[in-house]
Design a binder for this molecule. Structure first.
Ligand code: GDP
Length: 195
């Protein structure tokens, strides 16, 4: 997709009603610091459209980016913050669950996992949640440039095993630094939107 226009159109908090979009949506999820903002910025060729979690006060919202009036990229709130209260976590869970459950336009979900680390309990929960809601999550293994080339296959295997992915699951290694994987992700997104 040639990006002619991108704008952050809707920001939903715990109490907001989800937008009734009429264009396909593709969601991105992952724990905080996994590189989700960097990926979104790379996909949209922008330096700082999506805010990075290192910025203090980043709120837990679902952000809908309108791309070319053709589709929405949905940025789900990052999980795994250590200093978040139980009640905040519950609100977060309800918000995501509600979105995965009720959005009539949500076509696909991408789950981001740091290629250097085995998936966490939260990552596994998120994966299972998505599968339970009827999706076949596409995995993006982030920060590819941080490991040696000789380690890539081994780490991809560890990510797949850690999540216990279904056979045939797509796993795309990606680096926000070199942009490796960007084209592959866009090819998939184009297919999903056109389908
Ligand atoms: P988010 O919390 O998931 O939105 O993660 P960010 O995009 O804010 O990234 C967290 C940190 O990892 C930042 O310091 C980024 O610069 C860094 N980072 C993200 N992606 C990559 C990558 O592909 N390669 C490298 N080397 N660093 C990355």
């Amino acid at each position: 997709m040639v990006i002619k226009k991108v704008e952050l159109e809707t920001v939903c908090g715990y109490t907001s009603t989800l937008p009734e979009n009429t264009k396909p949506e593709i969601a991105f999820a992952g724990k905080s610091n996994v590189g989700k903002s960097s990926l979104i910025n790379a996909l949209m060729n922008r330096k700082s459209l999506a805010r990075t979690s290192s910025q203090p006060g980043k709120t837990q919202t679902i952000n809908f980016y309108n791309i070319n009036d053709e589709m929405y990229l949905t940025d789900l709130p990052g999980y795994g913050f250590a200093r978040v209260s139980q009640s905040e976590k519950e609100k977060w869970g309800k918000m995501i669950e509600n979105y995965l459950n009720t959005s009539s336009q949500l076509r696909a979900v991408f789950l981001l996992i740091d290629i250097r680390h085995d998936p966490s309990a939260n990552d596994k929960m998120m994966y299972e949640w998505m599968v339970y809601q009827g999706f076949e999550p596409i995995i993006i293994a982030t920060k590819l440039d941080k490991i040696k080339r000789s380690q890539v296959q081994k780490q991809l295997k560890a990510v797949k095993q850690g999540l216990n992915v279904k056979p045939g699951t797509i796993v795309i290694p990606f680096s926000a630094q070199t942009k490796q994987g960007r084209e592959e992700i866009w090819d998939l997104m184009d297919q999903i939107v056109e389908y």
